[in-house]
Design a protein around this ligand. Structure first.
Ligand code: AFP
Length: 357
């Protein structure tokens, strides 16, 4: 038992006194949903939750059983409290209307109920990502109420279901981590005021997409891979968990840069990650911890959404590395990097696949 340590409930009530406890009550309901999801995920194959459904979400992605179950868990835990004007989720085509039998408030909860869900069947860390906005009045939210830049978020957070379950959140005054004490059922403040180191030697990107990246990203990653033999003069390490929550958590704990950039693989998509319920909340958490979060050409939280499930390029983490990659995008856009961009990069490989003799 962790006596005398700050619990999540105590923290959010203290931090939200100005909102007369409504926001605190909503966050306590979110934490209750997270505990339910933590228990679901921890059961693994024993609960029969693994595997896919024959349905697809609005993204055209096959839905996992856990995608739907975790989405339901958040709706049920949060719809009744009277703080919400509506909810939106990766797993629902349209925003969720609070049922008439419940009172409505002025907050909007936007979430990805199980990020990294393709990892859940192989027992790799997954997470829940959430973001809270306020509208001026209580009542049923309209679509436009959701299409707000990330800079207007009141709260951003995630839960990570790993060896331990943690919640990491910001209310605009720093980024703080809470670890679930399963004996008491309390989230305990274990990582107060997290800071991201400004420099790093660790990058995270899905390098199978390299041929689809824009030249500035190819330039940056090529330099990292060249290590001390190249312009960076130091070796780098690479990680790719394919679970954004796990990547961001590692970066908050020890620094790093995470990239899911714009690529030409599907020109209709300006990136893979969704702006409202993945990029924006992670961007607020990273910036509140002293890091940077960019599309490559501007702050993520400054992007004006025009659709609920809009995608965006994501580059976030250690400030000095994000700023370097932004500079490479500027060099590319104004043509000043041309001496670097060799026609070699237009080829699939530096060495043609010569027929074996
Ligand atoms: P899923 O939720 O479909 O598993 O996608 C996870 C994710 O949105 C994000 O958490 C990862 O960083 C990214 O996709 C992994 O994408 P790739 O599978 O293309 O590497």
């Amino acid at each position: 038992m962790q006596f005398g340590r700050t619990t999540l409930s105590k923290f959010v009530i203290e931090q939200t006194r100005a909102q007369h406890g409504e926001l605190g009550a909503l966050l306590i309901d979110v934490a209750a949903a997270v505990k339910t999801i933590s228990a679901m995920v921890a059961k693994g194959a024993l609960a029969g939750h693994h595997g896919a459904l024959d349905s697809t979400n609005v993204q055209g992605e096959v839905q996992k059983k856990l995608d739907v179950l975790t989405n339901e868990a958040i709706l049920r835990h949060c719809e009744w409290g009277g703080q919400l004007a509506g909810m939106a989720s990766e797993e629902m085509d349209d925003p969720y209307r609070i049922p008439e039998q419940y009172p409505r408030g002025r907050y909007l909860l936007v979430f990805d109920p199980l990020d990294g869900s393709s990892n859940s069947d192989v027992n790799v860390s997954v997470g829940t990502i959430f973001s809270i906005f306020a509208r001026s009045t209580a009542g049923h939210a309209e679509l436009d109420d959701y299409l707000r830049p990330g800079a207007e978020q009141l709260v951003a957070g995630y839960a990570i279901y790993g060896p331990s379950t943690m919640m990491v959140l910001t209310l605009g005054t720093g980024t703080h981590g809470f670890t679930l004490d399963r004996e008491s059922g309390n989230f305990i403040l274990t990582h107060a005021d997290i800071r991201v180191p400004a420099d790093t030697n660790e990058f995270a990107i899905n390098t199978s997409n390299e041929r689809f990246w824009e030249p500035p990203v190819q330039r940056y990653v090529t330099e990292c891979k060249a290590g001390k033999t190249g312009v960076r003069g130091t070796d780098f390490n690479m990680r790719w968990i394919a679970s954004m929550v796990a990547e961001v958590h590692r970066i908050l704990m020890r620094g790093g840069i995470f990239m899911y950039p714009k690529d030409s693989k599907d020109p209709s998509k300006p990136g893979r990650l969704r702006l409202l319920y993945e990029a924006n909340p992670m961007a607020m958490l990273i910036e509140q911890a002293g890091g940077a979060a960019s599309t490559g050409r501007g702050r993520i939280v400054d992007v004006q959404p025009n659709a609920l499930h809009q995608r965006v390029p994501v580059i976030l983490g250690s400030k000095n590395e994000v700023e370097r990659l932004e500079r490479y995008h500027r060099d590319f856009d104004d043509g000043s990097d041309r001496p670097f961009v060799s026609p070699l990069f237009a080829e699939r490989s530096l060495f043609r696949d010569e027929p074996r003799t």
